[in-house]
Design a protein around this ligand. Structure first.
Ligand code: GLY
Ligand code: MN
Ligand code: MN
Length: 489
């Protein structure tokens, strides 16, 4: 073909537009792959009892106020198995192959919300059944409207496994494909109401099982695959960078809210979509409230410490990292005594972590060190005294949930857990006043390896000496000044 100037111009415009389209990326590309999700559905299938089906519903949309909903977050099990991030969906995973009316064989079906140009203009893009087939690789996907008429005889299964319902899903009146309708239709198909009493403690009167799935999913989710570890490493690293930047920026007069904001700005800078749980930033006595999330003290004081427990959630996976630092950059004698004791308990528990060690062993070790230390400091009379200065557990799994599903007996390779001892001495405690208002938690995230552990959160310093050294460094935020709010018209 001879190329005249007009054809050439059109061709170049076409190529360039293609170039720019290729350059402009709508979304991150490092999500879990469709192969990962398929692998997890296969792994679930392998664990299901004979002649059973497992059913998973999407999370409900929750209303915040009037016509504004809370930011939607998918149910972690459904996300783990599909990668689907939209509401109004139900997944069925069958142990054995099933045959439909056309004689086709299948071992899973996914009903998802239908595409709708008008709704998508307001609330965002939807995959629809075709998108789920193309992008998530789940070939047996249908629009939710098909669920009601889809012919499945649930009575033929020995077990129908699902999580019991919390009866608080929002109804879109008249929408036969919303979550409320899907659940209503499901209940009718499996005879839920008729057998509802037997789902509790009474002997079972039908094939419905609302208990077993939790352990099965825990066995799967408790051991992380390489793809999951990749995302968890990112989430943990991002969270530690937040801690490091705040250590540099910390000074008397900051508010708890703005300290939270610095952490969360770092999270967003790295593309973390959410906080994995409500951020905890407690100065002084506020640190003694384990899940303090008001974070509203306007001016932190130089003689306080700030306890900061925050986790970035990156593509579904959340970190859980806590650092406790002195506002003025220097631990007082009492603060250092408590801090170093918590550090010792944490470090020795971490050193003990390897496959075969139990959660209970790590926990007992840390608790004994803390009890003995508190007795030595005269805060309790002897190490066997019952007290409330360390009222929580040492470790939990992290993953798609901050308190992730998983087995809690022996540690196994590729588990990811926290190690988080703490000491909290609220004002008014029965000990010398000099200890009042001191609250320390040090929380790190470790990966259990073949013969030990890897400290994933190592980027944020942990020892009192390293923290003081880092806090002496300048912060770029020292130059960040905003106009005064008062009197600003
Ligand atoms: N951030 C909650 C916990 O440490 O378990
Ligand atoms: Mn934790
Ligand atoms: Mn935490």
């Amino acid at each position: 073909m001879k190329l005249n100037i007009k054809t050439f111009t059109i061709l170049m415009a076409f190529l360039l537009s293609g170039f720019f389209v290729a350059q402009s990326q709508e979304a991150p590309t490092d999500f879990l792959s469709s192969e990962f999700h398929k692998g997890r559905r296969d792994a679930l299938r392998a664990k299901l009892p004979d002649n059973s089906v497992a059913i998973f519903f999407a999370n409900p949309i929750r209303n915040r106020a009037n016509d504004v909903d809370f930011v939607y977050h998918q149910d972690p099990d459904l996300y783990y198995l599909t990668g689907y991030r939209e509401p109004h969906a139900v997944l069925l995973v069958f142990k054995e192959n099933q045959t439909n009316q056309n004689g086709d064989s299948y071992n899973e079906i996914f009903f998802v919300q239908q595409r709708n140009a008008f709704q998508e203009m307001w609330t965002g893009r939807r995959l629809g059944d075709k998108g789920v087939q193309d992008k998530l690789g789940i070939l047996n996907a249908y629009n939710g409207a098909e669920f009601e008429k889809y012919d499945i005889d649930f009575s033929k299964f020995s077990k129908v496994l699902f999580y019991d319902f919390k009866n608080d899903v929002r109804d879109n009146p008249g929408d036969k494909t919303d979550l409320f309708s899907l659940i209503t239709q499901f209940k009718a198909k499996v005879g839920y109401e008729a057998g509802a009493k037997s789902l509790g403690t009474e002997p079972q009167k039908n094939n419905l099982d609302v208990r077993a799935l939790n352990d099965i999913m825990g066995e799967l989710r408790g051991i992380k695959t390489p793809e999951e570890l990749d995302l968890l490493r990112k989430a943990v690293f991002i969270s530690t960078v937040g801690q490091v930047e705040v250590m540099k920026a910390m000074k008397p007069g900051l508010s708890e809210t703005e300290i939270q904001g610095i952490h969360e700005f770092v999270f967003k800078k790295y593309g973390s979509e959410y906080e994995g749980y409500p951020s905890i930033v407690g100065a002084g006595n506020n640190g003694c409230i384990l899940h303090y999330i008001e974070n509203h003290k306007p001016h932190i004081e130089s003689k306080e410490m700030v306890l900061m427990d925050l986790g970035a959630e990156y593509h579904g996976y959340t970190a859980d990292v806590t650092r406790t630092i002195p506002v003025d950059g220097k631990f007082s004698t009492e603060e250092k005594a408590i801090y170093d004791l918590v550090y010792k308990a944490q470090e020795e528990a971490i050193q003990m972590a390897k496959p075969g060690a139990t959660f209970g062993q790590l926990s007992a070790l840390a608790r004994n060190i803390i009890n003995e230390g508190l007795a030595e400091l005269g805060i309790i009379s002897d190490a066997s005294e019952r007290h409330m200065y360390y009222p929580h557990g040492l470790s939990h799994h992290i993953g798609l949930d901050v308190h992730d599903k998983g087995p809690y007996n022996k540690l196994e390779e590729n588990m990811v857990i926290t190690v988080e001892p703490g000491i909290y001495i609220p004002e008014g405690s029965k000990c010398d006043k000099k200890w009042w208002g001191i609250a320390v938690r040090i929380e790190d995230d470790i990966l259990i390896t073949k013969d030990g552990y890897e400290l994933l959160s190592a980027y944020a310093p942990r020892t009192s000496e390293e923290i003081e050294k880092l806090m002496a460094q300048p912060s770029p935020l020292n130059q960040f000044r905003l106009p005064n709010l008062k009197g600003n018209k």
